[in-house]
Ligand binder design. Structure first.
Ligand code: FES
Length: 249
């Protein structure tokens, strides 16, 4: 196997009050089968052995399902491979000798914490504003007792694929969170279980989105292009429709 060398330019920032800069790090003998995060693990092991501060970055599942690995890679959230999270991006997608620039998500609502890590709890607060479904369901019904049209189930499942990573916000020139919020609202709006609190939920989530400082959608579709779960911008149209319904009783 041919091992590869890279030049990394990595956003370093001690904390939210400190100025940021791009640190240049040479990395050698990287397997093309490593993921980008595994490559960063190797870099950090080396930095620790030479008494330098390791690079702070987020990860959890490393399987493309949790949305923690928020890194802008060569100017594109999660990198240039479509439908791929940073943790699932392998070094074989980079040329030997390539310079790779790694930056955090940048948006007013995502406060820098350290290096590549930003505070994405604004998304949590939007979901909390939506609340839980509080329907009294009694004992568990038979799975097929509530019929749901196949198309509605498919739409709900497509929206539910959103992992809340925030790449949509990072890619958008307006730092809009409408793809994320649209996915969360669409997911429940298509199902009968989500219907009773549909208006309240939509209104509360949109109000919280505004409060957090996210921008509005101007239909440039960059969110859809970078979404690792390839959520369609049609959920934004649904969000607008649901919001109009929520304010017109
Ligand atoms: S670490 Fe979970 S999606 Fe990347």
């Amino acid at each position: 196997m041919n091992l590869r060398n890279y030049t990394l330019k990595i956003w370093r920032q001690k904390d939210k009050f400190s100025p940021s800069y791009l640190d240049t790090i040479q990395v050698k003998d990287i397997s093309p089968d490593m993921s980008l995060l595994e490559m960063l693990d190797v870099v950090n092991n080396h930095l620790i052995t030479i008494n330098k501060e390791p690079i702070a970055f987020e990860s959890d599942c490393r399987e493309g399902i949790c949305g923690a690995c928020s890194i802008v890679i060569n100017g594109i959230p999660h990198g240039k491979e479509r439908g791929t999270t940073a943790c699932q991006l392998h070094m074989r997608h980079f040329e030997d000798g390539e310079t790779i620039t790694l930056e955090p998500w940048r948006a007013e609502a995502f406060i820098p914490i350290k290096d590549l890590v930003v505070d994405r709890t604004a998304f949590d607060r939007i979901q909390q504003a939506g609340g839980y479904i509080s329907v009294n369901t009694g004992s568990a019904p038979d799975a097929h007792s509530m019929l749901i049209h196949k198309n509605a189930a498919d739409e709900a499942f497509d929206a539910a694929a959103c992992i809340g990573c925030g790449a949509c916000v990072a890619a958008c020139k307006n730092a809009s969170a409408m793809l994320f919020v649209g996915a969360k609202i669409s997911q429940l709006a298509h199902l009968p279980q989500g219907d009773p609190e549909r208006k309240r939920r939509t209104n509360a989530m949109v109000m919280q989105m505004e409060k957090e400082g996210f921008g509005s959608c101007s239909n440039t579709l960059e969110c859809e292009a970078v979404c690792p779960k390839e959520i369609s911008t049609k959920v934004i149209a649904e969000l607008n429709w649901e919001f109009i319904r929520s304010i017109n009783n």
